[in-house]
Design a protein around this ligand. Structure first.
Ligand SMILES: C[S@@+](CC[C@H](N)C(=O)[O-])C[C@H]1O[C@@H](n2cnc3c(N)ncnc32)[C@H](O)[C@@H]1O
Length: 443
């Protein structure tokens, strides 16, 4: 559906306009950044279609800015007299322009200064355009200094505050990780969160040609890691683009695929209940590994519609049943399953590189509330597991409450449960994403 063009149109080139619109809607109104970008890049009623290059630049700016927002704020604050008195829209525009100046080599500095100063002059306050010009020129003079640790230590902050500024993560997350995982792993998690993740692909080997594409990509120099089901690439290649176009491969985090395989997914029996299936990324991976029958359920109707559409598109009509159900309430089935997958709702702190907006949205309270929900889901799903059966619990987060402590507490209160395997993405992964998993056996 096209969107209405608002009467007021800020004086911005199309990529910057889309990035700033999307960031404002994400940071001020809580819209997920990908949804906000999709909306900002939708053609307007009067036929304005952002071209592919603008869409790519808008995406790079929006994600790049979010990954480094606190670092950029610190740099700007160093050059402003009263940063918090400036209009919010001006701070956002300055942040995006500063990101371009410091991290996008292919955009000349003068071009970034130019669009930003012009926008502030025409759309925000002509009085403040001189301030914008002076600040951005100082940022440009900083150059590589903006990546040096010492620049962020001038006022001798404590270690948590320094890590928060430099790696652009809220202090509460830094404190939680340092306490739970120690210094080395914390820095690995923080560093990964500032970088774009590689492109993860999962192959559909039922398609003739998919095996060959997988084999070729394993040998490609852009291949950073692989599993039996997929690859992670530094960037798209002609082969990967053709594989996506021809339906041999779909985008899916390789770290998530790795976690399922580490829990033995290749050997799981059937029937299987995927109780938090979402749009079915893991449902389809499991279907590819061992077929059905699979019951896929979730509480979110829109995600289930997405899964049903995918199944229809792939011609999978018989052996995946899609059911709307909550997993934290008694299962709507009269029977039990030998295998259950809980790809649990979680705080997502292991995948901040892919979803950097979560850094500014999540709170410590969310972690506690999600851990309580996960505990209810585990207890409920366990009742639907047959004796001798296997329950696989997976999260894409890095908090002990939702991972190790969750599983330890479950095994303590459940006399017929034992831990068979656990998995944590290694801290030196090239994937920049971190998953946790545990396979639990019922006596
Ligand atoms: C990590 S996501 C699942 C991703 C999915 N398995 C995939 O591979 O694409 C967690 C899912 O849990 C669902 N969810 C949250 N609370 C739930 C509940 N109480 N019962 C069932 N599903 C729930 C969310 O709608 C979301 O789709």
């Amino acid at each position: 559906m096209n969107r209405k063009r608002s009467k007021y149109r800020p004086q911005l080139p199309p990529a910057r306009l889309a990035a700033i619109e999307a960031l404002a809607s994400c940071l001020d109104r809580g819209v997920d950044i990908q949804a906000a970008l999709d909306a900002a890049l939708t053609p307007t009623d009067d036929g304005d279609v952002p071209d592919q290059r603008d869409a790519a630049l808008a995406t790079e700016l929006a994600y790049g800015y979010l990954r480094l927002r606190l670092r950029l704020d610190y740099v700007l604050n160093e050059h402003l007299k009263a940063p918090h008195k400036l209009p919010r829209a001006m701070r956002l525009a300055l942040g995006v322009a500063a990101f371009e100046i410091l991290y996008l080599d292919r955009v000349p500095e003068y071009a970034s200064v130019d669009w930003c100063v012009h926008h502030i002059k025409s759309d925000i306050s002509s009085r403040l355009s001189g301030v914008a010009n002076a600040v951005l020129r100082s940022v440009a003079r900083l150059g590589a200094e903006a990546n040096r640790h010492d620049y962020y230590r001038q006022d001798k902050p404590d270690r948590d505050e320094f890590l928060s500024r430099y790696y652009s993560c809220p202090v509460w997350m830094v404190k939680l990780w340092r306490k739970a995982y120690g210094e080395r792993k914390t820095v690995a998690l923080l560093h990964a969160s500032t970088q774009a993740p590689p492109l993860g692909l999962r192959f559909d080997f039922s398609r003739p040609g998919a095996r060959e594409a997988h084999r070729q990509l394993l040998l490609d120099e852009s291949c950073k890691a692989s599993t039996a089901t997929g690859v992670a690439l530094a960037a798209s290649t002609p082969i990967s683009m053709a594989a996506e176009r021809d339906g041999f491969a779909v985008r899916q985090s390789l770290a998530g695929q790795e976690a399922l395989l580490a829990l033995g997914a290749e050997n799981w029996g059937r029937p299987l209940w995927d109780a938090c299936c979402g749009r079915g990324g893991k449902t389809l991976l499991l279907h590819g590994l061992g077929g059905g029958p699979i019951t896929a359920s979730d509480m979110n109707a829109e995600r289930l519609r997405g899964l049903s559409a995918l199944l229809a598109q792939r011609g999978i009509t018989e052996d995946v049943a899609v059911v709307r159900a909550r997993a934290d309430e008694p299962a709507p089935f009269q029977w039990t399953f030998p295998v259950i997958l809980l790809d649990a709702p979680c705080s997502g702190l292991g995948v901040l590189s892919r979803r950097p907006d979560a850094k500014y949205r999540r709170t410590r309270k969310d972690v506690t509330e999600l851990a309580a929900l996960q505990a209810r889901i585990l207890d409920n799903a366990w009742r639907a597991l047959e004796p001798g059966g296997l329950l696989a619990y997976v999260t894409c987060t890095m908090t002990p409450q939702e991972n190790e402590q969750q599983i330890d507490a479950f095994v303590q209160r459940t006399s017929d449960a034992s831990i068979e395997t656990t998995w944590r993405t290694p801290e030196d992964t090239p994937l920049r994403e971190f998953f946790y998993g545990a396979a639990l056996r019922k006596a």
